[in-house]
Design a protein around this ligand. Sequence first.
Ligand SMILES: [Zn+2]
Length: 253
Amino acid sequence: MDTDTSKAEQLLAGARRVTVLTGAGISTSSGIPDFRGPQGVWTKDPSAQQLFTLQNYLADPDVRERAWRERRDNGGWDAQPTAGHRALVDLERSGRLRALLTQNIDGLHQKAGSGGISPVVELHGTMHEVECLSCGDRTPTPEVLRRVDAGEPDPPCLLCGGILKTATISFGQDLRWDVLAAAESAARDADLLLAVGTSLTVHPAAGLAGIPLETGARLVVVNAEPTPYDVVAHAVLREPIGEVLPALAAGVG
Ligand SMILES: [Zn+2]
């Protein structure tokens, strides 16, 4: 066990209000595609990133049709929570979790059982709901995908005819201010911020890792690749999330 691992265990064991920020790295072993990592979908095909901007989505029915097909065929609908997800449920049950902030849209934290005691804040929205961009009506995504299967390649809102989109944040789309405010508040209120499986490069979510610098809280980073916040973190762990998080959660008990 290296020094940063034991340091992280000590910091976790001594923390009373832990806010966790998770990214794609916690879900990749579930079969959820990573978009920005070294093997990520956008990294390997930057044109896809250009294609799925909000502006293009609104302007081009072909983009919407492709987006619905991608969501149906490559959405990772059968993905199951990992040991990392389950360890965060244990941390929540210890009573020390202030909030779980996630950049993931896959809903796997809730599927694992998170959110019963402490809030789960989905910074980039959720793929499990669809939102009408005109009237704001929300419906479960599977209902809309069934319409795609039944021959509506770009199904419009049943209430107003508006454009539907999964309730996720697209490129070129601002985060919801109330969601970001809740995340910032939870980060400010923490005595330890634990960043897991996130490259900490996608703003504004990544900026949450800078809040401990202002508040005097501790920052622990668990990520396979280097992040811009490693130099200011109190501990940096590169080992697999599925091993690190259960060990940290066991120490909190
Ligand atoms: Zn509508």
